[in-house]
Design a protein around this ligand. Structure first.
Ligand code: PD2
Ligand code: ZN
Length: 295
């Protein structure tokens, strides 16, 4: 079990400062292997320290106008232009993909028809017999561990593994408008009944020692596309707790979200998870894009 060392203290202070919610921080710590109680205590402590500091400086801040306060937060994530094409239908390599919904903050788009029902079925059948219990990256060490907050089984495909995978990767790259070479291999995940993925960030926390291992090649992750391979009758939505958005799993549809802008800032509003599957099973395919060529 990890301990609240200097690196975690720094993480707590910086996350409180940039406005993360208590719940999201507790979730992130539990995801990294802390016991629920320990995570709660550390986060409450960090918020308590912030309140005490705020009281100390209250007099100095009393005269500050709204304009000054706004100016004092120059590190807030700047939403720059999305790489994804405009319009309600996007020609993505070999297929027309429909846009169902766009959100500006966080930058998030819901698509329909990214994959045909046949393609979804083929991805599931190819993967069914090769699944392994999913792992998660421990931000402190960079090691991949099986953690109870991610109850799914998965399999990775190598980029360009065969003609079918290559065609889908070209389509995804065209849709995300990001080079195919910057993509990690496709990952397929299956969640059974009650399976879930607690809220997390897809980017590697820059202030965590374990992240360096993962960003050494290709740099930081910049955007994610989660494609739903089946309809989930109940539960299994992709949830964005900070943005209060929930996307239902619909076969062939997908949710895109981008969390690194052109200035290399990271967007904490992209905290997201997979809600528990309440009925049936859930299959997804995920593509993570990096800053630079990967692999
Ligand atoms: O299962 C999901 O809906 C989901 C959502 C967001 C999975 C992931 N992220 C992931 O594998 O990172
Ligand atoms: Zn994720």
């Amino acid at each position: 079990m990890p301990v609240v060392d200097a690196a975690w203290q720094e993480w707590l202070v910086s996350n409180v400062a940039r406005g993360c919610s208590m719940d999201s921080m507790i979730d992130a710590m539990v995801q990294a292997g802390f016991a629920d109680e320990a995570a709660r205590a550390a986060v409450h402590d960090a918020f308590g320290r912030k309140a005490a500091n705020a009281a100390k400086t209250a007099n100095a801040a009393a005269g500050a106008s709204e304009a000054v306060l706004t100016k004092a937060a120059p590190h807030a994530y700047q939403y720059d232009q999305s790489p994804v094409a405009r319009g309600n239908v996007i020609r993505a390599h070999d297929r027309d993909v429909r846009v169902l919904m766009r959100c500006e903050r966080p930058e998030l788009i819901v698509f329909a028809d990214v994959l045909s029902p046949d393609e979804c079925g083929e991805m599931i059948e190819r993967s069914r017999h090769r699944l392994k219990r999913s792992t998660i990256v421990d931000p402190a060490t960079g090691r991949e561990d099986v953690i109870r907050n991610r109850t799914s089984e998965g399999i990775w495909y190598q980029r360009g593994e065969d003609a079918f995978i290559e065609r889908i990767e070209r389509r995804i790259s065209s849709l995300m408008n990001w080079p195919v070479e910057n993509g990690e291999g496709l990952q397929i995940l299956r969640y059974g009944a009650t399976g879930e993925y607690r809220p997390h960030f897809d980017y590697f926390p820059p202030d965590q020692p374990g992240s360096a291992v993962h960003t050494a090649q290709g740099g930081q992750r910049v955007a994610t596309l989660v494609i739903y391979l089946n309809d989930v009758p109940d539960g299994g939505e992709t949830i964005f707790p900070e943005a209060r958005i929930s996307v239902a799993a619909k076969q062939g549809g997908a949710v895109y979200f981008r969390y690194m802008n052109g200035s290399r800032q990271l967007d904490p509003l992209t905290l997201h998870g997979g809600a528990p599957v309440l009925s049936g099973e859930k299959w997804i395919m995920t593509k993570w894009m990096r800053e630079r060529a990967y692999g």
